[in-house]
Ligand binder design. Structure first.
Ligand code: ZN
Ligand code: ZN
Length: 253
């Protein structure tokens, strides 16, 4: 990471990565990582309802139906064994299970695969610093995470990257999107936030000051409110392990 780096990991981007070591059926439904349990019930509820009958809705409905089926079929998917390429004998049985890789899926093997894939992704970044600065960026509570919302947030990050560079304290970070569902806010329950791991900064006071300055300027310019919270330096391994679980849709860790 010699230049400012931002990677927005959704499970979708992980699944679509051809370098994944674990194959599985892909899902074309946009995937986010938090509150996967409740979201999967929501999906089912939507699939079963008959709100509108437009052509596009039907297409959406079919996709949802397919998606729900995949998640349900996940435990039945086959295991892969290690086979000798010369003689075809099984060297080691059931080393990995094929799974649906959806973050909504609660199957144990599927969760393990998702965590493994995410961890491999972070390892492949080959970041040398043993410690990274954990900063959380949060946006206003909403009731649906739409494409429009996603674009707004991406724009904030690109402005932030430019502004921090201009101020002489560039960001070098990896970001993972996380969505938390807050029951106490039934109308706008979704808190979309990003866990980011930043390379150590030389001048902490200046970096912090500039981040506050950049934030103010960007909120004025874009009209999009956001906040950030410093969570101290953390050991890279531990932090990426935490990130991998967020990406995989595993919570409470
Ligand atoms: Zn699964
Ligand atoms: Zn979070």
């Amino acid at each position: 990471m010699t230049t400012a780096t931002q990677m927005f990991l959704s499970s979708k981007s992980l699944i679509n990565n051809p370098n994944n070591s674990v194959a599985g059926i892909m899902s074309d439904v946009e995937l986010t990582s938090c509150s996967a349990m409740s979201r999967s019930f929501l999906l089912k509820a939507e699939t079963n309802s008959n709100i509108t009958k437009s052509a596009s809705w039907n297409k959406y409905n079919q996709d949802l139906e397919k998606f729900v089926c995949r998640v349900e079929d996940c435990p039945k998917m086959s295991w892969r064994s290690l086979v000798c390429s010369r003689c075809g004998r099984i060297v080691k049985q059931n080393i990995a299970k094929l799974t649906c890789l959806s973050p909504y899926c609660r199957d144990d093997e599927c969760i393990k695969n998702r965590v493994r894939i995410a961890q491999a992704y972070f390892e492949a970044l080959k970041i040398k610093s043993p410690n990274l600065l954990h900063i959380i960026f949060g946006f206003a509570y909403i009731n649906r995470f739409t494409d429009e919302e996603k674009e707004k947030q991406a724009r904030v990050f690109s402005l932030l990257e430019k502004e921090m560079e201009r101020l002489g304290t560039p960001l070098h970070m990896v970001a993972v999107r996380d969505i938390k569902e807050i029951d106490l806010k039934p109308l706008t329950p979704l808190y979309v936030h990003y866990h980011t791991a930043n390379l150590p900064v030389k001048d902490w006071r200046k970096f912090r000051q500039n981040l506050y300055r950049a934030r103010e300027k960007i909120i004025k310019k874009s009209g999009v409110e956001f906040s950030f919270k410093f969570k101290h330096y953390r050991n890279q391994r531990g932090l990426f392990k935490y990130f991998a679980h967020r990406v995989a849709g595993v919570f409470g860790i």
